[in-house]
Design a protein around this ligand. Structure first.
Ligand code: FES
Ligand SMILES: [Fe+2]
Length: 464
């Protein structure tokens, strides 16, 4: 890749072309948990936090009515930092000269100005629309007079709170390399390889959501196989990808186990930075990679259960051990070699960076490339074809937005309501009928979900 193209695809700050594209979409900006005083005691007194996204500095606060406001961080008077504002219930007040703003950015007072001054009426702080889905606050940073798109009715946004859980964490790297690990179906056979499998019963009793430990749907000669075994023993998959909608790509990864059986893993990527993968037969993860700036990215994971309610407290507790609050910074990273243990690498895992949290494996992969991967030095192979296709799509979308057009998956209400799912499966299927088998497994999972309405006809069951 030419250095200029790498620059175009990776720079996201205000005024950049890729930044203009990403500003077309709702972006997750905070977990509701971040306003929970049990996790951040400061929130009991002052529910306000500074945040950075797409290279912009903002403040997010909750007012006394429970409304969230997302404002530019520099005070419109003379630019002091509103992260230090006084929270007064109905708005926030800049400590420099006392100007006060509500959640919409309306200036409520300029108390130092002469009596009768109308200055306040002419000043407004830029505010950004905020909405909540599945325990996460999303913001839209598009053009000031623009209309935000409608978030699609994905499973992760449709499931009730009892069946969903969200978490996030910071990676020290550019957003695109984070995305490119998610749409790389070849890497689990190596990066996430366990040299031995966990006891299946024990793995399935653990509902905290460890990836690849559960069994694939189906069996081999009557024996259920953990995903780890499939990934380890069949490491050169056939990868197919199909566009199944505007900006929606279905990835099908096939591993022939023998003449009779085919391992099938179906995942989806949704432009520009979301993908949906199966964690177990009844649990999916929807992951988004959202730029903080050019060299930092938050990953956001939405866990969605299609059967029993999730043990959200256990999932939270387990994941909090890996980060430090309030910013969800990983405890492991470049500063401590991501916990690398050569003995573990020799005897237990392919990578040697822990067995419990595969997220750390991905973190190493994306951070070790450097903050912004120099793609002029890479050599892509056949298994990188989805990555290549995604880069083409990204480049086209940048051009489309630059020309004033509509980017993929910037949806109106009708299109957003129509986009459902997407489905995922990890199964061992009869080699001759793997398509029908995997479709049936996905349909059965949807039918069993207590929070999805029963399909009224065959068409209603088809998802994107
Ligand atoms: S800089 Fe904020 S009130 Fe003056
Ligand atoms: Fe991974």
């Amino acid at each position: 890749m030419q250095a200029e193209l790498n620059q175009l695809l990776t720079r996201v700050g205000p005024g950049t072309d890729c930044g203009a594209l990403l500003r077309q979409y709702w972006q997750p900006v905070a977990l509701l948990d971040e306003f929970d005083p049990r996790l951040d005691p400061r929130m009991a007194q002052r529910p306000l936090k500074a945040l950075r996204i797409l290279g912009q500095d903002l403040v997010l606060f909750r007012d006394q009515h429970g409304r969230h406001g997302l404002l530019d961080r520099d005070c419109p008077h003379r630019g002091a930092d509103l992260a230090f504002a006084r929270h007064e219930g109905d708005g926030v007040r800049c400590p420099f000269h006392g100007w006060k703003f509500d959640v919409a950015g309306t200036c409520l007072e300029t108390p130092g100005e002469p009596k009768g001054s109308t200055l306040c009426r002419h000043v407004r702080q830029r505010s950004y629309p905020v909405l909540e889905r599945s325990g996460v606050l999303f913001a839209w940073l598009g053009p000031e007079k623009g209309t935000p798109p409608v978030l699609p009715a994905l499973d992760c946004f449709t499931a009730p709170p009892s069946h969903s859980f969200a978490f996030k964490g910071l990676w020290h790297c550019n957003w695109l390399q984070a995305v490119e690990v998610g749409i790389d179906p070849a890497h689990p056979s190596f990066l996430h390889r366990y040299l031995r499998d966990e006891d299946l019963q024990q793995a399935e009793a653990d509902r905290s959501g460890k990836q690849f430990r559960a069994a694939s749907v189906g069996s081999v000669a009557g024996e259920r196989w953990p995903m780890t075994r499939v990934m380890r023993e069949f490491c050169s998959p056939e990868i197919r990808f199909d566009s199944v909608g505007d900006g929606v790509v279905r990835l099908t990864t096939l591993r022939a186990i023998d003449d009779e059986l085919m391992h099938v893993r179906i995942t989806h990527s949704l432009f520009p930075h979301t993908f949906v993968i199966p964690l177990s037969p009844t649990l999916t993860i929807t992951q988004m990679h959202v730029p903080v700036d050019d060299t930092h990215t938050y990953w956001w994971s939405f866990f969605t259960s299609f059967d029993a309610p999730l043990d959200r407290a256990a999932m939270r507790e387990q994941r909090l051990q890996g980060v430090s609050l309030p910013d969800y910074l990983p405890r492991m990273g470049r500063h401590n070699d991501w916990g690398y243990d050569p003995e573990e690498q020799r005897t237990r895992t392919f990578l040697g960076m822990g067995e419990d949290d595969i997220n750390r494996h991905d973190q190493w992969a994306v951070e070790s490339m450097g903050a912004i991967q120099d793609r002029s030095r890479e050599h892509l192979g056949t298994t990188d074809k989805v990555i290549m296709a995604n880069r083409r799509l990204l480049r086209q979308a940048i051009d489309t937005v630059r020309a004033g057009g509509r980017a993929p998956l910037v949806l109106d209400a009708a299109a957003a309501a129509a986009l459902r799912g997407p489905d995922t499966v990890d199964c061992i299927a009869p080699a001759q009928h793997w398509q029908a088998f995997s479709e049936a497994a996905m349909a059965a999972k949807r039918r069993a979900a207590p929070w999805l309405p029963p399909p009224v006809n065959a068409e209603a069951e088809a998802t994107t």
